[in-house]
Design a protein around this ligand. Structure first.
Ligand code: GTQ
Ligand code: FE2
Length: 361
């Protein structure tokens, strides 16, 4: 009888707690969205971006013709992971995506098409397939297509992280367009080797800030690295696009290019940082938490935090995987943790195969 009274009283305490926006820690249920591994196929993404684009002129597009990739666990926010936003952006000949700036930082990796010019704080940069262009936060940026074909690139932003901090601030340029429209070609490539750091080596804190990294520098850097065997069992032949933020390109995001040689199969590991991958060239598959994700050129996929993953090149050509990650955020707060899979020669058991048609939400 006493016990029953106590239970009733405790229930009343809980009710009153909730009415006052209080809760016992011992009653807490975890309510953190579990970001899922996922893969978006290039043929689907490019077809839909182009179809939408054929109906919508730039004026109707909130300034950018971008279609973002949302994680099925993050239906109410624009995020491929908790920290990383990714989108496919397309610009048609003659179009200008007007100037703006914002507190989220951004990167663009050019997927296909020639003739685009990116203006970052009045530096005008002609971009080509495979190039990486940065817009560190709060720099004005505008994009133009001065060519004769559509140009498509991958956008990467730290916007989910910045939104999570409630720190997103955005401004349109008062003059609509930036002044400089002619290239001063700052390609900055002068010393490509200092821009491209083997992932297997410790970063140097002092790399200069660069806005553009050329594929024509990255490809030979990877070939040299492969010859030197400065490779990691988990990442293959991998370079980081270096920058001044403890060695990383942006304060919040790092960028890598990984080369997988024919038949190369990396060993599985997991880490607290998350990554979004884009298959620049080649085909193969990645096993993420026991699930097999087959990929080919143009596809994008997510490796969530703390998910086991290993990459396999199934072809007899080199495969190149571009990726963005949130390593700089993890390092800033001392959250970097990593674990290697030691059992079974470092390989996971494959228990299922991902099918985007079935996995769509
Ligand atoms: O091109 O400036 O996909 O500001 C999302 C936000 C692209 C851009 C996006 C942006 C941009
Ligand atoms: Fe922007």
């Amino acid at each position: 009888m006493e016990d029953k009274d106590a239970a009733v009283e405790l229930e009343a305490v809980y009710t009153e707690m909730l009415q006052n926006n209080l809760e016992g820690l011992w009653r807490m249920t975890r309510d953190v969205p579990e970001v899922k591994p996922y893969l978006w196929r290039w043929d689907v993404m490019s077809r839909l971006v182009n179809q939408a684009g054929s109906f919508l002129p730039m004026e109707e597009l909130a300034e950018r013709r971008a279609v973002f990739l949302f994680n099925p666990a993050l239906k109410h926010m624009a995020g491929a992971t908790q920290t990383l936003y990714a989108a496919i952006q397309m610009i048609q000949p003659g179009e200008v995506a007007r100037a703006h700036r914002h507190t989220p930082s951004a990167l663009r990796f050019i997927i296909e098409g020639e003739g685009a010019m990116m203006n970052v704080e009045n530096e005008v940069v002609p971009v080509h397939e495979g190039d990486l262009v940065l817009t560190p936060n709060w720099l004005w940026h505008e994009h133009r297509n001065e060519g004769v074909e559509n140009v498509t690139w991958l956008d990467g932003l730290d916007s989910p992280f910045v939104f999570g901090l409630n720190a997103a601030v955005y401004e349109m340029h008062p003059d609509v367009y930036l002044r400089e429209t002619k290239s001063r070609d700052i390609t900055s490539a002068g010393n490509a080797e200092s821009l491209l750091r083997p992932v297997a080596l410790e970063p140097e804190a002092t790399a200069p800030q660069h806005l553009v990294y050329r594929w024509t520098d990255v490809e030979p850097a990877l070939a040299r690295l492969a010859a030197m065997e400065t490779t990691s069992p988990h990442d293959g032949v991998a370079i980081e696009y270096a920058g001044p933020n403890n060695g990383h390109a942006l304060r919040t995001m790092g960028c890598w290019m990984q080369m997988l040689r024919p038949a190369e199969h990396t060993e599985a590991h997991r880490h607290t940082h998350s990554s979004v991958y884009h298959v620049y060239r080649g085909s193969g598959h990645t096993v993420i938490d026991g699930q097999r994700f087959d990929w080919k050129q143009g596809d994008c996929f997510v490796v969530p935090s703390w998910a086991w993953h290993e990459h396999v090149n199934d072809s007899d050509a080199h495969a190149y995987l571009f990726s963005m990650n949130d390593i700089p955020i993890m390092e800033a707060f001392d959250l970097q943790r990593e674990e290697a899979l030691t059992a079974s020669g470092g390989h996971q058991e494959v228990t299922s195969t991902f099918d985007p048609a079935k996995a769509a939400s």
